[in-house]
Write a protein that binds this ligand. Structure first.
Ligand code: 5GP
Ligand code: MN
Length: 317
């Protein structure tokens, strides 16, 4: 059984590196820190590497221990969390590739199975929910600290328990965390509700120019590099914009483009009922989940929009 292999590899590893996907969200950071806390409680030597981490997660335990770089020497074990594709480990794939053993723990249906051991469950709404199973199997007590990290990933990746991906276990695990004293309400408010002023301002810009195409079935908006620079937009500040379009009555697909510092655009896709946006993003070299996916596109704004919208149109009823 794959969990036995994972446990055995962790037990024999001398040092472990924990990696996650670029532009990390609550599930990426929550799962990385939960595993880090768990490995520390086992007395393991571990590094968690996240080059750019949104400040809103600074309330999480071990946040201060996140490293921007790994060590020079090779790690004996690398564990990638919440990451579907080795390309999404960004410049940090080197720590994964050079490690003696590689483990992937993830919930993306588009996962390319890039580890020696891949524990991937697309039915799970969050990597953090899979981690509960892994940690329980390993006999690790999910204490208040680890629990706060897990709750963060579950809350953010389910959109605050709203997505159709939620399962009975999502609530059962969360109820357990609540019993252990994890402050679900406070975490919910921090990660789902509070926005910084600059985040509010960039949303205002994106909402102002939001267009509704194809009889209102597609919502489209974008933000430029210049606007992001002027407002001092940092990693994670664009989160939530794409959901505004999705939540308008009649919209099936919401598309949001964010101009990247070194050119090109990052596209975020969300759908409501029937369009599998992961399929669309796969056509552009990206991926994700059926109702939340993304890709990169390297064309000027109008052409990027045209290409993405015309592909999306084919999926509409
Ligand atoms: P977001 O729009 O929040 O950046 O991403 C939505 C979902 O799609 C996340 O699960 C994210 O991991 C995935 N995703 C976003 N961009 C890419 C990409 O370029 N490639 C792949 N494989 N997945 C992506
Ligand atoms: Mn996730």
């Amino acid at each position: 059984m794959i969990l036995d292999n994972i446990l055995e590899e962790i037990n024999k590893a001398e040092d472990i590196v924990i990696l996650t996907h670029e532009t990390p969200d609550g599930d990426a950071i929550g799962s990385s820190l939960a595993l880090y806390g768990a490995l520390k409680s086992m007395g393991k030597k571990a590094d968690v590497i996240i080059p750019e981490c949104p400040e809103i997660f600074n309330f999480l335990p071990w946040y201060e221990e996140i490293r921007k770089e790994g060590k020079e020497e090779k790690y004996s074990l690398a564990i990638a969390l919440d990451c579907s594709d080795i390309k999404r480990l960004n410049g940090f794939a080197k720590y994964f590739e050079t490690a003696k053993t590689k483990i992937v723990i993830d919930h993306h249906g588009s996962n390319t199975m890039f580890g020696d051991f891949n524990f991937v469950n697309p039915d799970s709404p969050a990597a953090c929910q899979i981690l509960v199973t892994v940690l329980e199997y390993m006999g690790i007590e999910i204490n208040k600290g680890i629990g706060a990290c897990i709750a963060t990933g579950i809350i953010t990746d389910t959109g605050g328990f709203r997505h159709s991906t939620i399962k009975p276990e999502t609530f059962e695990f969360t109820a357990e965390l609540l019993k252990k004293g994890v402050n679900i309400s406070s975490i919910y408010r921090r990660v789902m509700q509070i926005t910084s002023m600059r985040q509010f301002e960039i949303r205002r810009i994106a909402l102002n120019r939001m267009e509704f195409l194809e009889d209102g079935k597609i919502a489209f908006t974008y933000i430029t590099k210049k606007e992001q620079e002027e407002l001092g937009i940092g990693v994670g500040d664009h989160e939530g914009i794409v959901e505004f379009g999705r939540d308008v009555e009649g919209v099936e697909v919401s598309i949001f483009l964010r101009e990247l510092p070194d050119g090109g655009y990052k596209a975020s896709f969300r759908s409501n009922e029937y369009v599998n946006v992961s399929d669309i993003c796969l056509l552009f070299g990206g991926g994700g989940h059926p109702k939340a996916a993304g890709c990169n596109i390297n064309l000027p704004l109008e052409q990027s929009k045209e290409k993405l919208v015309s592909e999306t149109k084919k999926y509409l009823k």
